[in-house]
Design a protein around this ligand. Structure first.
Ligand SMILES: *[C@@H]1O[C@H](CO)[C@@H](O)[C@H](O)[C@H]1NC(C)=O
Ligand SMILES: *[C@@H]1O[C@H](CO)[C@@H](O)[C@H](O)[C@H]1NC(C)=O
Ligand SMILES: *[C@@H]1O[C@H](CO)[C@@H](O)[C@H](O)[C@H]1NC(C)=O
Ligand SMILES: *[C@@H]1O[C@H](CO)[C@@H](O)[C@H](O)[C@H]1NC(C)=O
Ligand SMILES: *[C@@H]1O[C@H](CO)[C@@H](O)[C@H](O)[C@H]1NC(C)=O
Ligand SMILES: *[C@@H]1O[C@H](CO)[C@@H](O)[C@H](O)[C@H]1NC(C)=O
Length: 768
């Protein structure tokens, strides 16, 4: 009878799960929280429920009351409640990459909250180069998240943003990131995290929701030609690690005060990141002093043991991860093996207490242990605060600000709505809805497809041209027919999650299938402007379209979010003057034919002909470059103030006084007050108001394999026609001008640094 009993108890168990889940999801519409003193007055006697005490005291009190098994129950994302202490189950895994997402079991949509505001996929938000906007979006998302938490539909811990460097154009998850530049990624990450976490009452210790910067580190390959993220060993030099892959994480912790960092699946130089004490306890906890918890990717520990076979026993993997600094395991590896690891003497309770305490401290900072959340700050938020008109308008505004105008022949864009009688809208993404969201999406409030956005302004004729984005067979004749009769043509092409996605890297970076044939055929017969709209996450080789004179404009719209179609129409018809700039290099197909995705090196290698990566190191041909993006206006720059000489004071006995140094260490002593200003006057010389991003780049002296150019800072301005403004960059020599040497140390190169703003250059001599 044993098997029957087993089945029975399993059914009973499942039944329980379903019951408790449905209660959580649609039954009570109530937030999950601990220390519910109104239903259990006895809880008042526990110090951990006393919100007037500091977090540390409360956490130690709580830890002292738990058994080892109960502690281990809080080391996994499906945390097990302790009913005798009034602690419910808690699901740690929620996501909010560009709006509250349904990815992860912690968040659900229901009749009560059927959708949330779905902002553009991050790569397009990055293209806005609008630093204050990153935080504004985060703030709206956390308000909607809190509102959903209050009605039992979401958690308080969100595993967003993804701030990995978009190293290779084939990466399917490049769309989730802010692009290839460490400075932009750092500003995006810190800004979005502040928006998610900061409370309106200015209480710096407490959190509105908890964000998580992921995936630490050097993670940017999913599934390429048989290489899998689950066991990929990223071979990374010390120099590339410290000047390319780590800076966004460092900034996220130090400038964003993020409450969590997630370690990745891959190995770095032979060690799985979730089992590397130097990367976790050493850097994140030790050097950066994370105030929060370190979580594994889902399910990194399984991969570490079963796929990577990194340790002999699962208990060793469990012990290694927690001893290395992991606090929380997405998955159930630790609930299965942590106890065994303790029994075998591989892991001790002190270390488990540390992990647990970091987890509980985060929940305390979120108010989870403060009793009924409806009586706390944000307690009045609810379904009425999700998908508000203002939030949806912001989604449209972000898309408008991000859209990048890559080509615009005189007389093409903007189109005039009054002179277009008949607009042909062609292409597999013309009527895109879900595709506009990109991945890690939620159910949006509503959709405005490109077709709907355009049809709201002019009469349209629609022809998909391909069955889907894979475009196995283009319907050339039907497309040519509508194109030849139209005053103008908008081709909405590109990709979707069947081409670039999580677990799906590209092999080719050309447009899929017969899309090129369709575009060229339409361009051949059109009598008016032909506008090519590219809806993709990563760059595509569209050199053919750049070169074809009949294709008069090219717009890149990323995955533009729920209101993407409205934003596209706003730009095409001049209701909005585009100002987005590419946050990543667009390479030709020949680049990916030549370069292995598995090669992590950022710097070129003349011996093998390896060309290097990103605008900082790659010198070969591009289809479009980092920072490219036109406007309907023109902007001019003039240099108003910039020093020619910077002297760094060194101590009398410094070795560089007696011998020649090519660089000096960027350490505190040297760096005190070595800063200068660059003032640039920017003028809108065009006829339309518009926003313009001013990039300050520098080419350092050629020491330590330095980049050919790197971004020091950027600033975005809005200018009316003929309007001008002064931009003041404050350049800190150690922070901005420094670079990382071959050993991973930050140095300031001595000699001539060439600063670039637009097409202006200015030479600055840094000496001692
Ligand atoms: C627990 O384990 C850690 C890491 O291995 C070790 O540093 C510490 O001394 C141990 N503590 C006790 C009380 O055994
Ligand atoms: C566009 O797609 C929507 C559903 O996503 C569909 O209802 C509508 O009919 C489509 N429009 C056209 C013109 O095919
Ligand atoms: C461009 O359009 C003209 C007709 O307007 C056509 O004769 C020519 O072949 C086209 N060129 C290309 C490259 O499509
Ligand atoms: C790419 O990687 C493969 C397998 O690791 C190797 O055999 C090949 O030589 C590499 N090609 C280049 C161009 O580096
Ligand atoms: C520099 O840029 C301005 C507009 O930003 C342009 O008018 C000028 O021709 C450019 N100069 C050169 C040398 O490219
Ligand atoms: C940045 O975004 C905010 C919010 O949409 C907007 O008010 C501001 O004008 C933008 N800045 C520029 C320079 O466009």
């Amino acid at each position: 009878m044993a098997p029957a009993r087993h089945v029975f108890s399993l059914c009973f168990y499942l039944f329980c799960i379903i019951l408790s889940n449905s209660r959580l999801i649609s039954g009570q519409n109530k937030a999950v929280f601990a220390c519910d003193v109104s239903s259990n007055p006895g809880l008042k006697n526990f110090s951990f429920c006393d919100s007037s005490l500091d977090v540390k005291t409360r956490v130690s009190d709580l830890v002292s009351r738990l058994t080892l098994q109960e502690k281990i129950g809080w080391l996994v994302n499906g945390a097990k409640g302790v009913s005798r202490l009034g602690i419910p189950n808690y699901q740690w895994w929620s996501e909010a990459l560009h709006g509250v997402s349904y990815v992860g079991p912690g968040t659900k949509f229901s009749g009560l909250v059927p959708g949330a505001t779905s902002f553009p996929q991050v790569i397009l938000t990055a293209a806005t180069f609008n630093e204050s906007l990153f935080e504004i979006i985060g703030k709206v998302v956390s308000t909607e998240a809190r509102a959903m938490y209050n009605v039992g539909l979401a958690g308080l811990t969100f595993w967003s943003p993804n701030i990995n460097i978009f190293r290779d154009p084939r990466w399917g998850r490049g769309q989730e990131t802010p692009g290839e530049d460490p400075v932009l990624s750092s500003k995006y990450g810190a800004g979005y995290v502040r928006g998610l976490q900061q409370r309106d009452d200015g209480d710096k210790e407490r959190l509105k929701v908890a964000a998580c910067c992921k995936h630490y580190t050097a993670y940017d390959l999913d599934n390429w030609k048989g290489f899998q993220r689950y066991n990929f060993d990223a071979v990374v030099t010390k120099q590339d690690l410290d000047d390319t892959f780590q800076p966004p994480f460092k900034s996220c912790v130090l400038d964003g005060n993020v409450a969590s960092v997630m370690c990745s699946y891959n190995q770095v130089n032979g060690k799985p990141t979730c089992g590397d004490p130097d990367l976790l306890a050493g850097v994140i906890r030790g050097q950066w002093n994370l105030n929060g918890y370190i979580v594994t990717d889902c399910d990194s520990l399984n991969e570490m043991f079963y796929t990577q076979k990194y340790t002999k026993t699962p208990e060793e993997t469990a012990a290694l991860s927690v001893n290395s600094g992991v606090d929380l395991n997405c998955g159930d590896f630790l609930s299965s093996f942590a106890l065994g690891a303790v029994t075998k003497g591989l892991l001790n309770e002190t270390v488990i207490d540390r992990a647990m305490s970091n987890n509980f401290a985060t929940m305390m900072r979120l108010g989870f242990f403060d009793g009924d959340p409806s009586k706390q700050i944000y307690g009045n938020l609810g379904p009425k605060d999700v998908c508000t008109e203002a939030n949806q308008e912001l989604a449209r505004e972000v898309a408008r600000q991000g859209i990048v105008l890559l080509k615009n022949t005189e007389g093409s864009l903007p189109l005039s709505a009054t002179s277009i009688q008949n607009l042909a809208v062609i292409g597999p993404n013309s009527n895109a809805t879900h595709t506009m969201l990109g991945n890690y999406e939620g159910t949006p409030c509503k959709y405005t497809s490109p077709l709907k956005g355009l049809a709201a302004l002019v009469a349209t004729v629609y022809q998909p041209g391909c069955a889907d984005v894979k475009c196995a067979t283009a319907q050339v004749d039907a497309a040519k027919k509508v194109a030849s009769m139209a005053d103008a043509v908008v081709l909405v092409m590109g990709s979707d999650q069947s081409i670039e996605a999580e677990s799906l890297d590209r092999v080719d970076i050309t447009l899929p299938g017969q899309q090129k044939l369709l575009i060229n055929s339409v361009a051949e017969v059109s009598k008016g402007p032909v506008i090519l709209v590219l809806m993709t996450g990563g760059g595509v080789d569209v050199q053919f379209a750049k070169d074809n004179p009949n294709i008069t404009s090219i717009l890149w719209v990323g995955f533009p979010g729920e209101a993407g179609g409205a934003a596209i129409a706003d730009v095409i018809f001049g209701l909005y003057n585009p100002g987005g700039k590419l946050p990543m290099t667009w390479y030709p197909q020949s680049y990916v034919d030549q370069v292995n995705m598995t090669n992590m090196n950022m710097r070129p290698d003349p011996e093998t002909g390896y060309p290097g990566r990103t605008y900082r190191f790659y010198k070969g041909d591009t289809v479009f470059s980092f920072g490219d993006g036109l406007s309907y206006s023109q902007f001019s720059h003039s240099l108003v103030k910039a020093p020619q000489l910077i002297s760094v004071q060194l101590q009398e006995d410094h070795e560089c006084h007696s011998s020649t140094c090519k660089s000096i260490n960027a350490v505190e002593d040297t760096c005190k007050n070595v800063a200068f200003d660059i003032h640039v006057r920017v003028k809108n010389t065009g006829k339309l108001s518009g926003s313009h991003t001013i990039f300050l780049f520098s080419t350092p002296p050629e020491v330590h394999n330095s980049p050919q150019k790197h971004l020091l800072d950027f600033e975005k301005l809005h200018l009316t026609p003929q309007g001008e403004e002064l931009v003041r960059f404050s350049v800190d020599v150690c922070k901005h001008l420094s670079l990382v040497d071959e050993n991973g140390n930050r140095k300031v190169a001595l000699g001539l640094h060439v600063l670039h703003v637009g097409n202006l250059t200015h030479t600055l001599n840094v000496r001692i």
